[in-house]
Write a protein that binds this ligand. Structure first.
Ligand code: GLC
Length: 428
């Protein structure tokens, strides 16, 4: 993971004018629904080409007795997240809110409006509220049967289906979500694909409705028309993202184990240290990270998800300011390291622990003070000219003039990702 983020050419030190989204940097994604009971991926109905009747076995047993939005909100805040996004409706069409347009809701099934519980709990913890809304809907009778539809290859392909009616349903539900739950900070539509796109969604009109109902909301770009931010999924951009040469806000969304919905037998978990590196890599490249949990069929976080969030929380407790309100740096980080920057504070994230010294090009004469962030212990530094080294008459490039050399302890600090905080001189 060396040279993970190319610095931006122009000055990109974050200023006070950045909005809540970029300041937050880290959010929680929550995928919960009927598929959580199947416990084998949120696409289970499509993957197994299940009929509605078959899939109804989950509806009949849906009982989120352990879904506790307040617990989720606390875990998210402690992990350092400042917003959260819940699947109000996923591709299976099941709604976690009280909709007057369908009976296929958590309200009808259990008397609970989980979107309401979620919004209230997140706000109480000071988190911004986001909703995910699937543009696909495998339950709606007017949603035409396409390549992903569970009924592909069946009689249903010949049924008359009217996307105009589906569009009206879509608009109506989005209106319900944006009028019934107070201020919604973010809307994550999902998604456009070769069979269906802006025309099928009525994207322009839908976007206009969203903006009219909630002028301050941020909307992603998966309606197939430009939105406020872009959403790289399950990969890490290695540089700030641009549209037509201008920087765009972005958010990488990631799973814990490759599945968004609870997937009991999938053990391909990313370890917490990797997730922290991914978060820092996002910030270093000017983006956010939205990390997903898929609560179990009963609505609780499984131990693995809980432990992962707790491990990230331990790191955040000591390193928060290297991420929160921080962004990319104009300095180029040395190999195996990443920089984030917030005003005059430059954060050096050490992806690999070097032997005693690390050389920072371009920083000689620019640093007032340096410390390890986790324990506030001073790190001494000097401007070294390679030719002055004992036993060495050559000046390797890393020790060129202009390079600042930090002296680190031999033992790597016992944190998921060690960070040195550099206080810059002047008005960087
Ligand atoms: C994809 C998947 C979906 C998931 C989403 C998260 O679009 O279809 O299941 O919810 O990514 O970004």
């Amino acid at each position: 993971m060396d040279k993970d983020c190319q610095p931006r050419q122009e000055s990109s030190v974050p200023t006070a004018s950045i909005g809540w989204f970029e300041a937050a940097r880290f959010g929680l994604f929550v995928h919960f629904g009927l598929y959580s009971l199947a416990a084998r991926h949120e696409w289970v109905r499509s993957r197994e080409a299940m009929s509605q009747e078959d899939y109804d076995r989950y509806l009949e047993r849906f009982d989120p007795d352990l879904f506790d939005a307040r617990k989720l909100a606390r875990a998210a805040r402690e992990a350092g997240m400042r917003y959260a996004v819940l699947t109000a409706k996923h591709h299976d069409g099941f709604c976690l809110f009280d909709s007057s347009l369908t009976d296929y809701t958590s309200m009808r099934a259990t008397g609970r409006d989980l979107v309401a519980e979620f919004a209230e709990a997140m706000r109480a913890e000071g988190l911004h509220v986001g909703l995910y809304y699937s543009l696909l809907d495998w339950h709606h009778p007017d949603f035409t049967v396409d390549r992903y539809h569970p009924l592909r290859g069946t009689q249903a392909e010949q049924e008359p289906r009217d996307m105009e009616r589906y569009r009206a349903y879509l608009r109506g539900q989005v209106r319900e979500l944006l009028t019934g739950y107070g201020p919604i900070d973010l809307l994550f539509f999902d998604f456009t694909y070769p069979d269906k796109g802006p025309a099928e969604w009525g994207a322009q009109e839908l976007m206009a409705t969203v903006r009219e109902l909630q002028p301050d909301i941020l909307v992603n770009d998966r309606l197939g028309i430009p939105g406020d931010y872009v959403t790289p999924e399950q990969y890490q951009p290695d540089r700030p993202l641009e549209r037509d040469g201008a920087p765009v806000m972005w958010e990488a969304c990631h799973t814990l184990n490759g599945s968004w919905g609870y997937d009991r037998d999938n053990h391909e978990y990313k370890d917490p240290a990797m997730l922290v590196r991914m978060l820092v890599q996002s910030v270093a490249c000017g983006g956010n990270m939205l990390l997903n949990v898929g609560p179990t069929g009963r609505g609780a976080l499984d131990p693995r998800a809980r432990d992962t969030l707790a491990a990230i929380a331990d790191w955040t407790a000591l390193h928060e300011r290297a991420v929160r309100d921080a962004g990319p740096s104009t300095f180029e980080a040395p190999a195996n390291a990443l920089y984030t920057q917030a005003g005059r504070r430059l954060y050096l994230h050490l992806l690999a622990w070097p032997l005693k010294q690390i050389h920072l090009p371009g920083l000689a004469g620019r640093v007032r003070y340096a410390q390890l962030l986790h324990d506030g212990s001073e790190i001494r530094f000097q401007q070294l000219d390679g030719t002055q080294h004992e036993h060495n008459n050559l000046a390797p490039p890393s020790q060129a003039a202009g390079t600042l050399t930090l002296t680190l302890p031999i033992a790597r600090p016992d944190v998921l990702l060690p960070v040195v905080e550099l206080e810059l001189l002047g008005d960087e």
